[in-house]
Design a protein around this ligand. Sequence first.
Ligand code: ZN
Length: 299
Amino acid sequence: MARRACPGCGARPDGPIVARRCDGLALRACRECGLLFVDPAPTPAALLARYQNGYFAGASDFFSGQNYCEVRDRSIEGGNVTGYQEVAANFELRGKSVLDIGCASGALLQSLARHGPRRMVGIDIAEEPLEFGRTRYGLDLRCAPLDAAGFAAGEFDLIIMVDVIEHVTNLNDFLREAARCLASAGAIYVSTPDAGGLSAAGDRWCHLYLNYEHLHYLSRASLGHLANRHGLEAMKLWSEGYPVASMHYRFNALPRTLRLMLEPHVAIRNSLTRFRYRHAAERGQGGQLNAILRHVASA
Ligand SMILES: [Zn+2]
């Protein structure tokens, strides 16, 4: 089978295979831009099967058997929806126009409503969580991929992409369209698995063991490179979390003391993991990569 050219920069596919996921697919690193990508890419049919009904209802490995919409709904009041703390800390939303790409049920937008944005729109390609959010929050949530959503140039002051960019089949078309929809002084917030974590964690890297619908993994360097291709610049990049997943307690619902007595090996293993990777994020090797992108001209 012919090797894949780099989906980020289009360079020849002569970079090394650096890891293999547990679904058997290899991860190749681009020699030019550093992007880590699945090679060969899953077939469209295989990808579609991963997103079939049940993806958001906990039927797949995506949300550990829990209903995604309901769990996120319960997280709104405490400000615990993924991405909320980062957006609230880094952007002034009052009077602004906000687009959340891959919004699912819109829980993040609903969390941000308290900061007074002028307008909020969410898009996703799965209808089921969108319907949940329209009914529950009355938000403007649309079922469309970004390139078919029909937004005007410069329509949004803030574009949010939390756990989205690793899913898109054409990285360059996606970023080009996002840059077009972004106001000249606007910002894009990206959160995605951190490819930098692989070098710290090796074959224990958490992303080798789950979320097999992911197609590529960005690091600080490769995201910066990709952004530059579309007239964007990474103004701030930071990593967080451990590149190795913590072990789960089987008796998670029990009080902490009881849990530790029943499963001390889990506590010890997790302490060792935290110790070993405590400074990984400072070296750009976390579990998750965050970035703020702006138009180069406005920098
Ligand atoms: Zn490349």
